[in-house]
Design a protein around this ligand. Structure first.
Ligand SMILES: Cc1ncc(COP(=O)(O)O)c(C=O)c1O
Length: 609
């Protein structure tokens, strides 16, 4: 598929936070402002022409939204609200308003709430409105639950339940089943348990097909700013057949009551055939809804369809994940990037266009994700870091047990604070997410930034110290092994790594050096000095041979005709001793090397170039 090149007003920016919100097109802004300039839109709750104009536009946009999701208007209705969270709150409030049996006896707020661990914070929130909530720690737990309809406890017959899950994890980008779970729930617990499907992250880059209402969720929530960049608006899409359960909301507001007295506690709700009539409190965001109509049209004109966007972003994310996976520290071979997902990049059924990851330095130590985000921002690269309002994702992918998390919380860790690495563990991650208008250039710019900043860059002093320390620890073992083998004979290969064993530290490496390593290398050095007087063994042999050769050739060459042969004999001795001595030098008897500051840096620069 050819890259989609659209004139956006962000040419110098590399935007990789589409999971936060995607980008609005310039032409969308022009269209909306022209419409608002040319038309008089009044409050849709009146009967005057400007009001009627607004009302008819709002109705048209409701239908546009349903068409976007292939939902039949006879089966589904759209309730406009501020965002996904507001849609979730509407549903939870309605469930909590039911008077029913529960663990604490008869009362409101006794509904059963079940949710998947991949849920965004907004979907964990309903837990606060019920006394009975449970988190499923993974798909298998959900499926086991769906396959085994629980028996009602005594007195709980008909107690309402709500099961919530996201179409795509906003942490990892992994995609979850939709119709399989919705229809299974209806099959096994129909009439009592309802499905609340969070489509917020999924529908940014994926089609959602609600054409088979019997196999689709009861309640679907999404945020349009995430899909189109503008306007800031969300929706709760309600399956009409399930809408009755939403009639017990505790709150009432303008437009949703039939009778109300201010002086007496008397209220009678209005229930229309269209759920949005009694679920939209106050005046709907009609200007934004009108803008949404333009956003849907503009998006379609620019990108064709969500099927095309899905294919485009799936191929791009495979490239991004592949390139990030190849970034490796030259000095140690340690991978720079650790990615978090169980989905397969490039397969839109399993994975959205999101790469969530953390970085590790050349020694495998965690790199602060806040620092990475700041460094990226300095280059106009927009990525997001933190817990992404997804505590299940953080716990699962950062491999933090419940107890560990509690320890961090008890010691003062809060969401969005400055603590991103505690006890050598990441408490969140970086997220690069793609959208319809992302290009290969965005991907390459980002990967180049990572390479330049974290791979090609010379190691920091701290990293060097840690690297040396690690190598020295390895060398202690090597020295011990060789000492055992050769008794007191020295060892040392000519590879850079082993040489480190004998380096002195221009930045006070002694401090960092473990005691036994220092002792080992010092004792080896002094032992050798004792035998050689600080000179190389081969040099001594050569010196010895040369002295004798000079002496005898002087004596014999002058007085005896056999002097020539004796001279040849000593030459041979010299060659043999030199050869033997040189062999010893490389295999057993390195002199401790004292490196200068400059040598040390040159070595590292070579290794990290
Ligand atoms: C999967 C998911 N659910 C819910 C939300 C909350 O959306 P909003 O803040 O628009 O209510 C988000 C926001 O990022 C999300 O990604």
């Amino acid at each position: 598929m050819p890259p989609i090149l659209i004139p956006f007003p962000y040419a110098d920016q590399t935007y990789l936070d589409h999971s936060g919100t995607t980008l609005y097109a310039e032409s969308l802004l022009t269209t909306i402002s022209a419409d608002l300039r040319e038309n008089l839109y009044g409050n849709p709750h009146s009967e005057n022409p400007s009001s009627k104009l607004s009302a008819s536009k709002v109705t048209a946009v409701r239908l546009q939204v349903l068409a976007l999701f292939k939902a039949d208007p006879a089966k589904y209705d759209v309730v406009f609200c501020a965002n996904t969270t507001a849609g979730v709150k509407l549903v939870a409030d309605a469930f909590a308003g039911h008077e029913q049996e529960g663990e604490g006896g008869k009362g409101k707020g006794n509904f059963k709430y079940r949710f998947h661990k991949d849920c965004h914070t907004s979907l964990i929130g309903p837990r606060g409105m019920t006394g009975s909530a449970e988190c499923f720690w993974g798909d298998e737990e959900v499926e086991a639950w769906l396959d085994s309809p629980e028996e009602d406890e005594e007195g709980e017959e008909g107690r309402l339940g709500l099961f919530a899950w996201p179409g795509q994890s906003n942490f990892s980008g992994r995609r979850l089943p939709i119709h399989a779970w919705a229809s299974k729930l209806r099959e096994t617990r129909g009439g009592r348990f309802y499905s609340l499907f969070d489509a917020a992250a999924l529908v940014m880059t994926s089609p959602l097909d609600l054409s088979d209402a019997d196999a689709s969720p009861d309640f679907i929530v999404c945020s349009f700013y995430k899909m189109f960049g503008y306007p800031d608006l969300g929706a709760l899409i309600v399956r009409r057949e399930s809408a009755g359960v939403l009639q017990h909301r505790r709150y009432f507001g303008g437009g949703t009551v039939g009778q109300l007295m201010a002086s007496v506690d008397h209220v009678k709700r209005l229930y229309h055939k269209d759920p949005h009539e009694h679920l939209e409190d106050g005046t709907c965001a009609f200007h934004s809804i009108i803008a949404l109509g333009h956003a849907i049209d503009t998006h379609k004109r620019l990108y064709g369809s969500f099927e095309k966007i899905s294919a485009h972003t799936a191929s791009l994310v495979a490239v991004l994940a592949g390139m990030l996976g190849e970034l490796t520290h030259r000095s140690t071979g340690q991978k720079l990037v650790e990615t978090y997902t169980e989905g397969k990049y490039g397969d839109p059924k399993q994975q959205g266009p999101v790469v969530t990851f953390n970085l590790r330095d050349s020694c495998g130590e965690p790199i602060s994700y806040l620092a990475v985000e700041a460094a990226a921002s300095a280059r106009n690269i927009h990525v997001r870091s933190g817990g992404h309002c997804n505590p299940g994702g953080v716990q699962h992918y950062c491999r933090l047990g419940k107890e560990k998390m509690m320890t961090f919380y008890n010691s003062g860790k809060t969401c969005g604070d400055e603590q991103d690495v505690i006890d050598g563990r990441h408490i969140g991650a970086l997220r690069a997410s793609l959208g319809a208008m992302s290009t290969l250039e965005d991907v390459v710019t980002f990967v180049d930034f990572m390479r330049e900043e974290y791979v090609s860059k010379p190691l920091s002093l701290e990293e060097k110290r840690r690297f040396l320390l690690q190598e020295r620890e390895k060398d202690v073992e090597e020295v011990k092994r060789v000492m055992k083998k050769y008794g007191t004979v020295l060892s040392g290969s000519r590879t850079g790594k082993t040489l480190l064993c004998f380096w002195t530290d221009p930045v006070n490496l002694d401090e960092a050096l473990p005691m036994d390593a220092r002792l080992a290398s010092n004792s080896l050095a002094s032992l050798k000095d004792f035998f050689t007087g600080g000179r190389n063994l081969a040099d001594l042999l050569k010196l010895f041979t040369l002295t004798y050769w000079a002496f005898f050739s002087f004596l014999l060459g002058r007085t005896n005709t056999y002097g020539f042969f004796i001279w040849i004999f000593f030459i041979l001795c010299f060659v043999l001793f030199s050869f033997f001595g040189a062999g010893q030098t490389t295999s057993h008897s390195d002199t401790p090397v004292t490196r200068t500051d400059a040598d040390w840096l040159i070595f590292y620069e070579e290794m990290t170039r």
